[in-house]
Design a protein around this ligand. Structure first.
Ligand code: SF4
Length: 169
């Protein structure tokens, strides 16, 4: 239970659960890792720029360090050579953390069905949201982020603290 003052000076009471408050805080203050792999990264950058403005969702800026990030947006195709680097960056992110596979290449390899490209980044890191398209538009990334928010709102504290976390690929 929390007592708060409204703008007109009247006192009010806000009741919620610790789980709901935590999920709300987590979904409202995500910091994405600044990490782009290929052409889809241009769309990710456009989503952060003025026209689409990810700041509206509490994502003020992309962090240059995995240690300050809780959202990895895999934007573009992932080569087998780059896969260990991606996993290393993911492992350096503190928990709780989430992953969006942005674009058909990240989700499935798309047209790069060859020996060099990973056929879906979920083979390397656990993916929460897949976004199709070549390239997907910024609106699709925003839709994916909002879908991730909905997923987080349904998460239970025990997911992260009882050792059942699905954090290994
Ligand atoms: S999905 Fe299309 S735009 Fe995105 S990385 Fe692959 S080829 Fe490039």
């Amino acid at each position: 239970m929390q007592q708060a003052l409204s703008k007109n000076g009247n006192s009010g009471i806000l009741m919620t659960t610790m789980e709901s408050a935590l999920n709300w805080a987590r979904s409202s203050s995500m910091w994405p890792l600044l990490f782009g792999l290929a052409c889809c990264a241009i769309e990710m950058m456009a989503t952060q720029a003025a026209t689409y403005d990810l700041s509206r969702f509490g994502m003020e800026l992309m962090r240059p360090s995995p240690r300050q990030s809780d959202l990895m947006i895999v934007a573009g195709r992932l080569t087998h050579k780059m896969a260990p680097v991606l996993r290393h960056l993911y492992d350096q992110m503190p928990e709780p953390k989430w992953v969006i596979a942005f674009g058909s290449c990240a989700a499935s390899g798309c047209l790069f069905n060859n020996y060099a490209v990973v056929q879906g980044v979920d083979q390397i890191v656990p993916v929460d949201i897949h976004i199709a398209g070549c390239p997907p538009r910024p609106e699709q990334l925003i839709h994916g982020i909002l879908s991730l928010h909905e997923k987080i709102h349904g998460e239970h504290l025990s997911t992260w603290y009882d050792g059942n976390s699905n954090q290994s690929a």
